[in-house]
Design a protein around this ligand. Structure first.
Ligand SMILES: Cc1cc2nc3c(=O)[nH]c(=O)nc-3n(C[C@H](O)[C@H](O)[C@H](O)COP(=O)(O)O)c2cc1C
Length: 367
């Protein structure tokens, strides 16, 4: 049993009263982890903590790393263009690079698709289920990039048309049954057009099993703060659908507090996992009433980075592996002392050897 002093010890940061209450309340009802797994259609997910899809980052090696720490309920690929996937398959070129590793990857696994064409989304989703046996198809209605929205009519621009989203979801759900389909949305296209409640309703009406809401509008990009009160308000619009909250959960404490404070069924973690991939393990520990594990020492962090790099080099051509690793390393050190100079050095590295040397200097073997 947890007692007051244990809770105080858990909540080392001191100021988070709400979390202190959360841990006590959670303990009283047996812990979030101890409760029944979350059901998303035919899937059972536990714990209710998801890894966010992130283009350029959440490749197979990253997902494997996240899984190796434990504490993550569901991992997801980067977003994949449905028509691009179908064209590549038709030409006999196999799956896009973004989907490498999937055949041998443990399940459950979600693949995220984007497109403006419901037929393409449905066909690509069906192909992924039949050929690659993926566990869940997530539809992207939240990407704010110009390329995806204004040039291609996909992602977040569709938030202006809830009825169209409903039709798209329905078509994909019909093609995928019994594999569940979810949607990832933002609050709306801009602050004058907050459509998330209608869009979430449309997703439910179309047969989606879950909806993830990133608490920003598309025009905010990644600026400002995620508005969790608006995420919470969506609970009133949807009845039987799983609601997943996302945005600005930067620490394990943030994630546990969000699960406790807001009427969401699960939380999704994005950028924090790029900087501290062990965050899911920390969240898992807190959810089951254990103390927060400290971040691994520098020598372990060095090992994590180098093993990740090795994995990339096994499957990617040298140039792509180097660029992917530079990007991942720069994110990994964000917010740490000396990060600016380190990131500059990393981005200037021109060879594998150079990059490894920079990493080894920043993360010494013995502290
Ligand atoms: C580099 C980067 C790439 C992203 N790529 C995707 C993507 O492919 N699909 C998607 O739905 N969201 C994408 N997102 C948004 C994240 O999934 C998530 O919604 C957002 O980062 C907010 O969560 P966070 O505050 O935990 O990072 C991306 C975000 C970042 C920072």
């Amino acid at each position: 049993m947890l007692n007051e002093s244990r809770v105080s010890q858990l909540v080392r940061t001191g100021s988070e009263n709400y979390l202190r209450n959360a841990v006590l309340k959670d303990e009283a009802r047996g812990g979030v982890c101890a409760s029944a797994p979350l059901r998303i259609g035919i899937l059972e997910i536990s714990p209710p903590v998801f890894q966010a899809p992130m283009a350029g980052y959440t490749n197979f090696a990253f997902r494997e790393l996240i899984r190796s720490f434990g504490g993550v309920g569901l991992v997801c690929t980067e977003m994949v263009h449905a028509r691009g996937l179908l064209e590549q398959v038709d030409r006999g070129r196999g799956v896009p690079e973004r989907l490498w590793g999937i055949p041998q990857e443990p399940r459950p696994l979600a693949v995220q698709l984007w497109d403006s064409d419901s037929g393409a989304l449905a066909s690509a989703a069906k192909w992924l289920i039949e050929k690659l046996n993926v566990s869940l198809i997530d539809l992207n209605f939240g990407c704010p990039s110009r390329q995806v929205t204004l040039r291609s009519g996909g992602g977040a621009i569709l938030l202006r048309e809830p009825r169209r989203i409903e039709q798209m979801v329905r078509r994909v759900v019909e093609a995928c049954r019994p594999t569940p389909v979810s949607a990832k949305i933002r609050l709306g296209w801009n602050r004058q057009q907050i459509t998330a409640p209608e869009v979430a309703q449309a997703c439910e009406a179309g047969g989606a099993a879950a909806v993830t809401v990133h608490g920003r509008t598309a025009d905010q990009g990644m600026g400002g703060r995620a508005d969790w009160s608006r995420i919470a308000a969506i609970r009133r619009s949807v009845r039987n659908i799983v609601l997943i909250g996302n945005g600005d959960l930067l620490t394990a404490f943030d994630a546990v507090a969000a699960l406790e404070k807001y009427p969401v069924d699960a939380v999704m973690i994005g950028r924090a996992a790029l900087t501290r991939p062990w965050i899911f393990r920390q969240i898992g520990a807190l959810l089951s009433g254990q103390a927060l594990e400290p971040d691994p020492p520098a020598s372990k962090q060095r090992e994590i980075l180098l093993q990740y790099f090795q994995k990339l080099l096994q499957v990617m051509e040298l140039g792509s592996a180097l660029v992917t690793m530079q990007r991942a390393t720069c994110r990994f050190v964000l917010g740490r002392p000396g990060a600016r100079a380190f990131r500059l050095a990393v981005s200037l590295a021109r060879s594998v050897e150079e990059l490894v040397e920079i990493i080894e200097t920043q993360f010494p073997k013995d502290e």
